[in-house]
Design a protein around this ligand. Structure first.
Ligand SMILES: Cc1cc2nc3c(=O)[nH]c(=O)nc-3n(C[C@H](O)[C@H](O)[C@H](O)COP(=O)(O)OP(=O)(O)OC[C@H]3O[C@@H](n4cnc5c(N)ncnc54)[C@H](O)[C@@H]3O)c2cc1C
Length: 396
């Protein structure tokens, strides 16, 4: 069945006064607080928990969560504006916001019982607790339904054994969303999601070193050895786990796309500024047509990425299906940001190769965005499936 086209009331691109205010506040916070520390944190491979606290105080960890659960009660478009600013300043901190808000909180909001929402959300939104999202495993990446981690029913709960890989904030999280197979014969319908308390012996995170970028972000390999989750720590029904993961990723992909719009925008601004200051052949390099061509293409990609991301946010805010449009935004914005970061270094010449200029960090940090929360190939397969009605994700 071919995809329905987006055909409903027209999208209004004008931001409200409140959205403009929130965006300006986020921009000032990103420039004055996050930006200041980003370069040094990256140099020191330092996961800056104090900075995470400052971000939480701003209300940015639970932006889309209703106020009654401790969130800021923002809509998606406004959340995207905030994430864009944080993403421009520091992808490592943007990763914290994306994981905590979109992957962890949004899953609890959608699938949690009232007790679970009241227990977890205020603590996560305030930053008192960090959460992590444990879907990927050493042998299970894009094929996320094929979970090797096993959950076995015991008195009063579940025992979980297995391993998780590449888990952002896995070394600092107080609660981990752990996806595990309860009945291999049921395949993806046997997967469950558990709200695992990380303060137990069997939960063993190990820091992953040597990343290309996101040096100031925490990434863990996690071993799960007879970890216990009580019955009331199952998120959704047993068997709902794959649905929980896909729904969380719909929110997470929007967040990653928004952060990448921020990187595109940063690349345009830094390149334009540098090109006006830097002189060669007795003139600013901005006066060379080939340099302007690079900047112009960056601007086009930045604007297109923003429009696609806002469309995905608007569809979410108006309660319309948006999985495909979110994949389109994620695919385009992440690829555009990589392209822009590469070109921005070109505009800077040799100066762009060291971290005196943010373009160096953007280039390294942005590389992961076409990998995590679904690779670009997976996004294309989601888009292709919607257009053709044929699922090419799984070989026939
Ligand atoms: C820094 C970092 C942070 C991360 N944070 C988290 C986190 O917090 N939680 C979490 O659960 N995971 C996290 N991940 C994992 C990330 O989501 C996975 O790396 C990603 O889903 C890809 O899985 P993989 O690495 O196993 O690659 P693979 O799935 O092995 O893919 C390798 C290549 O094969 C391609 N491929 C695979 N299947 C197909 C197919 N059917 N058709 C066409 N091409 C295909 C892929 O596109 C890719 O190019 C993180 C990863 C990194 C690097």
């Amino acid at each position: 069945m071919a995809r329905r086209s987006v055909r409903c009331r027209p999208m209004d691109f004008a931001l409200t006064d409140e959205q403009e205010l929130i965006r300006r506040t986020a921009r000032e916070f990103a420039d004055n607080v996050i930006w200041e520390r980003a370069r040094q944190n990256a140099r020191d491979n330092h996961f800056d928990t104090e900075l995470v606290e400052r971000i939480a105080e701003q209300g940015y960890l639970g932006a889309i969560i209703p106020r009654e659960y401790g969130g800021a009660g923002l809509d998606y478009v406004t959340y995207g504006l905030v994430v864009e600013e944080i993403g421009r300043a520091d992808s490592a901190m943007r990763t914290v916001v994306s994981v905590q808000t979109s992957l962890v909180c949004s899953a609890i909001l959608k699938y949690g019982t009232e007790e679970q929402k009241k227990h977890y959300l205020p603590r996560l939104c305030s930053g008192e607790w960090l959460g992590c999202f444990g879907l990927t495993e050493p042998d299970t990446g894009s094929d996320a339904a094929n979970q090797k981690t096993r959950a076995t029913k015991v008195d009063g709960g579940w025992r979980i054994n297995g391993a998780k890989m590449w888990i952002s904030m896995g070394n600092h999280a107080k609660v981990a969303l752990i996806f595990a197979q309860t009945d291999p014969e049921k395949k993806h319908r046997g997967v469950a999601c558990f709200l695992v308390d990380t303060d137990q012996d069997g939960f063993q995170p190990t820091e992953i070193h040597g990343k290309m970028g996101l040096h100031a972000s925490d990434t863990a390999a996690i071993s799960l050895d007879d970890v216990f989750a009580a019955d009331d720590q199952v998120l959704g029904e047993v068997g709902d786990g794959f649905k929980v993961a896909m729904s969380a990723l719909d929110s997470g992909r929007f967040s990653v796309a928004s952060g990448c719009v921020g990187i595109c925008e940063g690349c345009v601004q830094e390149s334009a500024r540098y090109a006006q200051e830097r002189h060669q052949f007795g003139r600013p390099i901005a006066s060379f047509q080939l340099v302007q061509s690079m900047i112009a293409e960056m601007r086009v990609k930045a604007d297109a990425a923003r429009m696609l991301t806002w469309r995905a946010g608007w569809l979410k805010d108006t309660g319309q299906p948006n999985t495909t449009e979110t994949s389109i935004a994620k695919y385009f914005a992440t690829e555009a940001a990589q392209w822009c970061a590469n070109e921005a270094i070109q505009v800077h010449g040799g100066a762009g190769y060291v971290d005196d200029h943010p373009v160096e960090r953007w280039f390294r940090d942005v590389r992961v965005t076409t990998l995590y929360e679904g690779t670009s190939q997976i996004q294309k397969l989601i888009i292709g499936r919607a257009e053709t009605g044929i699922n090419a994700l799984i070989p026939a």
